[in-house]
Design a binder for this molecule. Structure first.
Ligand code: MN
Ligand code: MN
Length: 304
């Protein structure tokens, strides 16, 4: 069976759906405790494990934030381009999303989209400072649309979407790692294989991302290095979807974004049966159906 045929298989479709719903669920779960410290979270919630809304954004239970919103905007842009990841289509979709006054938006995203409005150039200027997690949180539609393609083509598509707002080497490295890892999981690879291969090569190229034999990464900032450290520690220290997300968001800090990224990875890894029903029941139903529709439309053999 070729990879394109495999993409059509029920198992891949189910894991892809779990990844997209996992992204939205991690966003909704984590947003409640975004910018809180683990001590504050423990004081208020004991362990934060229910999707209850609130937080500094005063969300409704099950409401999502920019992490899911920008992913859905990117997915629409890819679909409108026949499955290709074209910088101009991505920039226009992000700009249209920004005009709809989302509940939150990252500083780097806002700054570079405003520049895009002025210049019509859909590639942000390279910057050593733009290493926030804003491009990494929205990689999933690219992972779905490029499933089965050669690694070089995947990396190129990843950069095309990322550079619209984040033109930075460490952001690129994390975006590429996350995209390829989600694709590994969608195709049935297990955690130890991924950990031994992808993580080793990532850390060989970028030792600053090292997260093993380090203290528990708490209060992760929006810096993509700390985001990845929190997510990978949580993913590798747990053995279920729910435990992974609960571990990651209770670290506080940029918890909606670490939650979203962890939810994407854990959804692809553990599949739909692992997602708690009580979480799915509160997730914004419009968002849930958009996620499901995009998965079906974005996976390669479904599109053509
Ligand atoms: Mn957010
Ligand atoms: Mn965030």
């Amino acid at each position: 069976m070729t990879l394109a045929q495999a993409a059509a298989s029920a198992a891949i479709l189910a894991r892809a759906e779990a990844a997209y719903l996992g992204l939205a669920l991690g966003d909704a779960l984590g947003a409640t405790v975004e910018f809180m410290t683990p001590r504050e979270i423990a004081h208020h919630f004991g362990v934060h494990r229910e999707i209850v809304g609130g937080g500094w954004l005063k969300l409704k239970p099950g409401q999502v934030t920019d992490d899911t919103g920008m992913s859905l905007a990117l997915g629409e842009a890819i679909l409108s381009s026949g499955g290709d990841v074209l910088p101009l289509a991505c920039a226009r979709a992000f700009d249209a999303w920004m005009r709809r006054k989302p509940v939150d938006i990252g500083n780097t995203v806002r700054r570079n989209l405003i520049t895009f409005r002025q210049t019509d150039v859909p590639v942000a200027p390279p910057s050593d400072h733009d290493a926030g997690n804003g491009a990494a949180m929205r990689v999933l539609p690219v992972a779905l649309a490029t499933l089965g393609q050669a690694e070089a083509a995947v990396r190129k598509a990843v950069q095309a979407q990322a550079h619209v707002t984040h033109h930075n080497a460490i952001s690129d490295a994390v975006c590429e790692f996350l995209t390829l890892t989600v694709q590994d999981f969608l195709q049935g690879q297990a955690l130890p294989e991924m950990a031994n291969r992808r993580i080793q090569s990532l850390l060989a190229d970028h030792p600053e991302l090292s997260f093993r034999n380090r203290p528990r990464r708490e209060n992760p900032s929006g810096w993509v290095v700390e985001t990845l450290q929190a997510v990978l520690q949580g993913l590798l220290d747990t053995d279920s979807f729910e435990h992974c997300l609960v571990d990651v968001v209770n670290r506080g800090g940029d918890a909606d974004t670490t939650g979203a990224i962890a939810g994407m990875l854990a959804g692809a890894l553990y599949g739909p049966q692992a997602i708690p029903q009580r979480w799915l029941e509160v997730l914004d139903s419009r968002v849930a159906s958009q996620c499901r529709e995009q998965v079906r439309a974005l996976l390669p053999t479904r599109r053509r």
